[in-house]
Every structure is written in C-alpha cells, then in structure tokens.
Ligand binder design. Structure first.
Ligand code: OSB
Ligand code: MG
Length: 370
C-alpha cells in the first residue's frame, strides 16, 4: 500500500456533557484528524492527544509538529507491504506514540478498505459485538453521581467506572455500591495518588471493585507492584503502559493484574495487537480504554476490541454520550444488552460526514510526496 496524500486537520467538538478527571474538567475536545488517501480510497483516524499535557505528555500541538516535520516524510509516498510495517518504520522518532498511532491507524483503515474487508477481520477480531462499559467523571455531588450511574445502568452498560481523586474517592464508591448493589464497578484515579496513600487506597477493598485503574504515577512501576501487594483489589494500568515493553515490565514486576489497551498510547493497532498477545500469553485480561473519541476513533476502538483477549467490558460507549451530532452517520449505539456492534462495512465501516468535519475544523494541511 502507498499513502499518496495525507490530510491533517485540527478539530474542536463540544462535549454533550463536561467530563472531569483527577486532572481537570473539560467541556470540549480538540484533536488532530488524519485522512490517508491511496488508490482512490481514504482511511481515517484521530489522534487521541488532548490540548493539555495532563493525561500524557503529548498534546495536539506536539502531534501536529511531529507529524508534519518528522512522521509524514517517512510514510507519504512510501510503499508498505502491510500497515504493521509502519510503526517500525517510524522508529527514528522517539516516543510520540499518539502521533504515530494516528497515521498508522488511518493506514490500517485504508488497507482494510483496499481489501474490501472490515478492519476487525484484518486485525484478527473474533467477535461481531463487544461488551460496553462507561466511564463516569467526577460530579458536583454524590447525588449527581448516583443519578448518572442510574442512567447508564438503565441504558444497559455492563460495567460502571467512576473517576476518583483525593477528596472524591471512598465515599463515591460507597454511594454507588450502596445504591446499586452488585453492579460491576471499578475506579480510575488517573495517577492522583502516591504509594504513601496505600493505607487509604486499601479502603477500596471494602467495595468489591473489579479493579482500581492507574492509582500512581505513570513511571511508578515498582511502586504499583508494592501497592498491588497491599491491595486485594486488582490494579489495572493505563497511563503506565506507554509501550509493549513497558507492559511486559509491568507484568514481570507484578505491578498490575489487568491492562487497559489504548492504541494511541502504544503506537497504533500493530503495537496494540502485540500487547494484546503478550497479555494473553501471560494470563492478563485486557479491555479497551477510551479517550473521548469522535465516531472515527470510536469505530477503530470497536474493531480492535473484537480481538479474543478483550474479555472485560471496555470504555467503548455510544457516540451520543459524547458528541451530538458526531462526525459519523449513523452514530454508534449501544443495545439494551450492553453490547455494541462492530461495524460490518469495509475498513472502520462508518460513514464520515465531511460537512461536519469541515464545520469543526480549526486548521488543515495537505501533504503529498515531494
Ligand atoms: O483515563 O481512561 C482514562 C478520558 C480521557 C483521558 C483519559 C481517560 C478517559 C476516560 C474516558 O476514562 C473514557 C471514554 O469514555 O472515552
Ligand atoms: Mg484511565
């Protein structure tokens, strides 16, 4: 395959509802969108870097800078036998996995469309529907939180995740447990704690949680291992798993019992498959994370979630929870049984509404082989 032309855009979409994590509240999402053209077809993907360096060091601006200056020249006009060859070809550029993933994933979509196959089939997926969970942000009060959780359970979601931070943690988990009994529940701290908080975090053990996600800093693999030894609740890592080899180190160290896979964080679909396979071989269940994606990134996530070791419900929810309208038509929806269909058409299998893309665009650039 050859990417003859790459189109980059920066888009801004308002969120249906604000989303708050331990690092702050957001009301909209600014992100880079990539379109890769080749052989008369187009592949699409979005870069999950945000406009702030709070979840990860990468931002929209670093992704734009690195893509335009360093990544695009390594891929545009270059023949690749398969999209899995792209990530290794970008090795000269250190880090910047979210920027690399956006190009790589657009290439996978283009490749699958050229094969006239759904992306899931090309990735090695085995499921036509995937189990959906939701991630519920920090709310203004525990009453609001309980109301929000109730709405999502009524919509059919199979697992509830609530965001926590110091000052909004044990009482939030307790309120949800108390009101909704045995609902599958987990918490995500987005690195808001220190190992010195281990006794406090052990308080979560009283609530029979599926897992606690990323309690400590991204770099703290050995601290996570020490924390896991003190908790009955399984630790799941998100931010820390910034590459396949970091995933292997975390498993070897006993830093987690579960891993959240986000293709943007590890460098795309090829690296996600390698991480998925590694986890399967080590008996570590995985689930698919979310980054408030538009329908384009969301569709990619559904295809990847159809791989066999995604045995836990992911943060792959209906588009209407995030953007209305979304960039795609029809939107992605959840069935009353809490599953979402993996789109069956070629590539990511969703229709991108180009007028909506155009309307949300803040900046645009076209790159061709020189
Ligand atoms: O930590 O999983 C996270 C959103 C933005 C950045 C980080 C995270 C999240 C979510 C939301 O939890 C998942 C989603 O609904 O897309
Ligand atoms: Mg997380």
């Amino acid at each position: 395959m050859i990417i003859e032309r790459l189109e980059l855009r920066v888009l801004r979409l308002p969120l249906v509802r604000f989303f708050e994590t331990s690092f702050g509240r957001v009301h909209d999402r600014t992100f880079m969108l990539v379109r890769a053209d080749g052989g008369g077809l187009s592949g699409w993907a979005e870069c999950v870097a945000a406009d702030t360096p709070y979840y990860s060091a990468e931002t929209v601006e670093t992704a734009w800078h690195v893509t335009v200056g360093f990544l695009a020249p390594l891929v545009v006009g270059v023949a690749f036998p398969h999209p899995r060859e792209i990530f290794p070809a970008l090795r000269r550029v250190r880090g910047h996995h979210m920027a690399k993933a956006a190009i790589e994933m657009a290439a996978w979509d283009l490749f699958a469309r050229q094969q006239q196959a759904p992306l899931s089939a090309v990735l090695g997926g085995v499921r036509a529907r995937v189990a959906a969970g939701v991630s519920i942000g920090i709310q203004d009060s525990l009453d609001h939180l309980v109301d929000r959780v109730g709405e999502e359970i009524a919509a059919g979601y199979r697992r509830i995740k609530i965001k926590v931070k110091p000052g909004w943690d044990l009482a939030a988990a307790e309120a949800v447990r108390h009101r909704f009994g045995s609902v599958p529940l987990m918490v995500d701290a987005n690195a808001a704690y220190r190992l010195a908080d281990a006794n406090h975090l052990a308080g979560f053990d009283a609530f029979d949680l599926l897992m606690i996600e990323q309690p400590l800093d991204e770099d703290d693999i050995s601290d996570h291992a020490a924390l896991q030894r003190r908790l009955a609740t399984p630790v799941c890592l998100d931010e820390s798993i910034c590459s396949v080899s970091r995933g292997r180190d975390a498993i070897d160290a006993g830093a987690c019992r579960i891993i959240n896979i986000k293709p943007g964080r590890v460098g795309g679909h090829g690296e996600s498959i390698r991480l998925h396979d590694l986890c399967a071989s080590r008996g570590i269940p995985v689930w698919h994370g979310g980054m408030l994606e538009s329908g384009i990134g969301r569709a990619h996530n559904l295809h990847l979630s159809s791989l066999p070791n995604f045995t836990l419900p992911g943060d792959v929810a209906a588009s209407r929870r995030y953007y209305e309208p979304d960039l795609i038509d029809p939107p992605i929806d959840v069935a009353p049984d809490g599953t979402i269909e993996v789109p069956a058409g070629a590539g990511i299998g969703v229709h991108v509404v180009e007028e909506r893309v155009e309307r949300a665009t803040l900046r645009r650039l076209e790159l061709r082989a020189s």
